[in-house]
Design a protein around this ligand. Structure first.
Ligand SMILES: NC(=O)C1=CN([C@@H]2O[C@H](COP(=O)(O)OP(=O)(O)OC[C@H]3O[C@@H](n4cnc5c(N)ncnc54)[C@H](OP(=O)(O)O)[C@@H]3O)[C@@H](O)[C@H]2O)C=CC1
Ligand SMILES: CC(=O)N[C@@H](CCC(=O)OP(=O)(O)O)C(=O)O
Length: 317
């Protein structure tokens, strides 16, 4: 029996994460692109920019109040922070309620939205159609801390380094290859959005110090955790293996993973588990591709569940 594909619109499709989503949708058996929006690429063929897409679609540039009329079943907002609400309000005003997945930070603190990091929140999903996708560093931090939440003696301290695609396409020091050459650029060393986000969703405070590096994609977070009682390395490892057992997109590895090996991969890796001699301190390293498990792949997991297909559909695992 032929099945009808769900139609998906991507708002902000010129960006790094939007382009990754177009790739994922192009390989999806149950989704087809309804529209992809970009002001800059308006009118241009999508296949001229995303070679994995085979079809005749062109970028368009609808006003936000025209989005509801485009009748997509799923809408992904891949806009810079602060730009999502006008789009969401347009759907409300039109009385249209597609699945909306927001990639920005705009709804990660909003109780009316479902914050979805599937490996940690899957059992809380009650069919919500407004889904806030986690931040890239915040994903790595939460995966590193969650299995040890009940034995923390102090806020975990997380040292993060991201490739510069994490800073989007709007020109800034953080995505300027000249300024990044031979450099490691610290920024937002206290109070970064992902410090607040991870603290809120873990339910314990974390401290986070981000940096951006000259490579394009992939991030690494090294987390120092003080423990309230001494643990053996095998106990720590067992907690992580139990927490992520059967997860196709979170791999627990023995050695500390390298960021160079995670670019273009859809999963996250968590490893290292270096213990202090007294067993009351452990250092954990997590890596993921900020554009994939840190954004588009995680969004696709969330979309898949929302449209009722297997969570890993179209995700190479
Ligand atoms: N990059 C990453 O690693 C991650 C990003 N995110 C989040 O995902 C979202 C998208 O990120 P990313 O793809 O990197 O961003 P980009 O800067 O690469 O792309 C932003 C997109 O939004 C459009 N846009 C830019 N400014 C405006 C504006 N004022 N009004 C409407 N549209 C605009 C751009 O297209 P055009 O100007 O042509 O209209 C472009 O398609 C952001 O909220 C980001 O924080 C989340 C996790 C990881
Ligand atoms: C290198 C770099 O600049 N990274 C971005 C994080 C990208 C991300 O996850 O974005 P949002 O939380 O904004 O959605 C930052 O630190 O703001």
């Amino acid at each position: 029996m032929a099945t009808t594909k769900k139609r998906i619109g991507i708002v902000g499709a010129r960006g790094h994460t939007g382009a990754e989503l177009i790739r994922l949708v192009a390989a999806h058996p149950a989704l087809e692109l309804a529209y992809v929006s970009s002001r800059e690429l308006d009118g241009q063929r999508v296949d001229a920019h995303v070679s994995d897409y085979k079809g005749d679609l062109h970028y368009s540039s609808p006003a936000h109040e025209d989005l509801p009329g485009l009748d997509a079943d799923v809408v992904v907002l891949a806009l810079p922070n602060g730009k999502a609400s006008v789009c969401v309000e347009a759907f409300d005003a039109a009385g249209k309620y597609p699945v909306i997945v927001d990639l920005s930070a705009d709804y990660r603190f909003d109780n009316d939205w479902y914050y979805s990091l599937p490996e940690l929140t899957r059992n809380k999903w009650r069919g919500e159609k407004r889904i806030s996708n986690p931040g890239c560093y915040a994903t790595a931090i939460q995966l590193s801390v969650a299995p040890l939440k009940d034995v923390l003696a102090a806020p975990p301290v997380c040292f993060g380094v991201s490739g510069y695609s994490g800073a989007g396409t709007t020109p800034s020091d953080k995505n300027n290859p000249e300024k990044l050459r031979d450099n490691l650029m610290p920024y937002s060393l206290t109070g970064h959005m992902h410090e607040k986000e991870a603290s809120r969703h873990l339910g314990v405070p974390v401290e986070f110090m981000p940096h951006v590096a000259p490579h394009f994609r992939g991030l690494t977070v090294t987390t120092n955790l003080y423990l309230s009682r001494a643990l053996k390395r095998e106990d720590v490892l067992a907690r992580f293996q139990y927490a992520y057992e059967g997860e196709k997109l979170v791999r627990v590895v023995d050695e500390a993973p390298w960021v160079s090996q995670i670019a273009n991969k859809h999963h996250a890796e968590v490893g290292g588990f270096a213990m202090s001699a007294d067993g009351k301190r452990v250092v954990i390293v997590a890596t993921l591709d900020n554009l994939l498990k840190g954004a588009a792949t995680q969004a696709m997991q969330n979309i898949n569940r929302a449209i009722g297909v297997d969570e890993y559909t179209a995700i190479p695992v």
